[in-house]
Write a protein that binds this ligand. Sequence first.
Ligand code: M6R
Length: 610
Amino acid sequence: MCGIVGYIGSKQAAPLIVSGLKRLEYRGYDSAGICCIAPDGLTIAKKAGRVVDLERAVDLHTLEGTVGVGHTRWATHGVPSDENAHPHTDHSGTIALVHNGIIENYLTIKKKLANAGYTFKSDTDSEVLAVFIGMLYETLHDLELSVRTALAEVEGTFGIVVLSTHEPDVVIAARRGSPLILGIGNGEYLVASDASAVISHTRQVVYLQENEMAILRRDGFSTKTIENVDTRSVVEEIAFELAQIERGGFEHFMLKEIFEQPITFRDGFRGRLRVEDGTVRLGGLASVAEKLRQAKRIIITACGTSWHAGLVGEYLIESLARVPVEVEYASEFRYRNPIISPDDVVIAISQSGETADTLAAIREAKLKGATVIGMVNVVGSTIARETDAGVYLHAGPEIGVASTKAFTSQLCVLTQFALYLGRMRALSAEQGMAIAEELVNIPEHITRILDNVEPIKAIAKKYSGASNFLYLGRGVNFPAALEGALKLKEISYIHAEGYPAAEMKHGPIALIDENMPVVFIAPKDEIYDKVRSNIEEVRARNGRVIAIADEDDDRIADVATHVIRIPRTLPMLTPILASIPLQLLAYFIAVERGCNVDMPRNLAKSVTVE
Ligand code: M6R
C-alpha cells in the first residue's frame, strides 16, 4: 500500500526521504514523489513507476530544503501516472499533501470546490483534500486549523502529512484508519507510515493513535486529537533490528523469510510452551482467561493467508478444545450483520495488524459485545492496540509481499492457543504433552526440508510454463492447499486453485489433462488411502501429480509423478511442514518465470483500504 516519509530537521531532507521511500518499497506501489520546502517555494518531483525511475528522471539531491515529504502510491482513484502521484498541492501551489487511505466523500467535496471555481490536475481523492485545505487556509491563515477543519468534513480513512511555504517550519500529520509513526531524533523528526522507514535514523518512536494529529517543529512536537484536545504521547522503542529488514545475502526477501522459519517458529513458542505438563503460558490472554473458559463459540476473522491460518485454527481448536469455531473473511463479516453474543470470542489474525477489512471486523465484533483477541505480528500495530487481549507472532518484520514465515508463526500460535484452551477444558495432560513435544521438534523438521531444496527446484523448472495448477488436500491440509495455490498465483501469476481433494470429482476433474500439474498434500494420516484414490483418479486422466508425502511413505511413488518428502509429524501439524515446500515451489517457479518475487504486480504488503 501507499507509503509516507516526512522530515523536519537540520539535514537536507531529500536524500533522507528517498532512502526512507526505498525501505517502504516492499509495501507495493506504482508511483513515487517527493516535495521539499526550498527558499523560493515548494519543489516537487513525482513519477509513475519505481523510486529509481523518479531518481533517473530528477536529480533528487538538487531538491533543496530541510523540510520535506515523500510518498509511494498504490493506485485507488485514477491510474498510476505522474499527475496522480503524490504529493498533491492546493490551487496556489503553496500547500503540499501526501495521503494514504481513501476519502470516501471526495466527490461531494470536489463538487463544492469546483462550484467555487477550483480546478484539479489529477483524478485522485487526495488532491481534493489538498485543495480543500488550501481553500480553508485563504480565510483561516493557520495551517493546523485549516487541516483540522478540513478533516472534520472528511469521511473515510487517512494518514496524511501536510506542509506549506506559509509555515515553513512546521510539518502536520494526522491519521484515521491508516497508520503513522513519528521518529524522534535529536533536533529532527520523521513521520512515516512504517517503522522500517525511520529505523536507520532513530529507534525512538511514537505511534500516532486513531484520530490523532501531530505538529512537528525542529525543536519539538505536540499531539492532539483532530478535534483539538491535547493528547499525551508515549515514546517507544522499535522492536526489531535494522538487519532484520535487509536481505542479508539472499536473492529475495521471500527466500530469506522462508529460510528464517526454523528460528521464527521457535520464537513463536519460546517461553510459552510448557512441555512438562502439556500446557501453554500466554501472558497476553491472562485478562480474558475466564472469558475463554466460558466461551460458547469462537469466530476467527482474517484475510488472505491469515484466513487460511484461521481455517487450520478451526480444525485445531475444535479437535483440542471442543469449542465450535467459525472462520469468516473479514471483508464479508462486517457487512452481513453477523450474529454475535457476549459469550463469543472473536480472534483476528493479521501479519501487518493494519488490514482495513480485519480492523473493520474487529470494530463490528466489539460493538456487538464480543471479546476480541488479536494474533498479530507487527508490534504496536492498530489491530494489536484495538483488541482486548492478544498473542504476538514474534516472526520479526516480514518484507516479502507473499506471506511465508508469518503463516507458519500463525500456525504455531494457533496450535498453542488450541492447546491452552483444550487444557482449560477436557484435554488431558498426556495428550497436551504429546502435542507440545512434537511442536518443539517442528523447527528441526523445517530445517531438514530446507536442507534439500534441489528436488523442489527441479520440479519448479519442469512446470514453470504451466498455465494452471490445482492444489488438493483433505481435512487440516485443505487450507494448506489453499495457501499453496495463493502463494503460486501471487508471485508467478499462474492461475491456481485449492480444493478439498475429494471435492475434485464434483467439478474440477474436468480440467485434468496432461498439461495440468496437480499438487497433493498426502501425509500418512487416517485418510491417506482416500487421498491416494484421488491421486489415482488424476493419473487415470493423464494429470501430472506432485505429491507432498511423508519421508517414510514407500508406496506414494507408485502413483505420483513427483514426490516431495517431508518429515513425519502429528497429522494436525502437517500443514506447517507441508507449507514449506509449497512456498519453495511457488518461489522457484516465479524466479524461473522472471517475476519480481518480492514486489508482485498489483499487490500490497499491507492492505489498508477496504
Ligand atoms: O497483514 P494481514 O495478515 O492482515 O494481511 C492479510 C492479507 O492481505 C495477506 O495475507 C495477503 O493475502 C498476502 N499477500 C498473502 O501472501
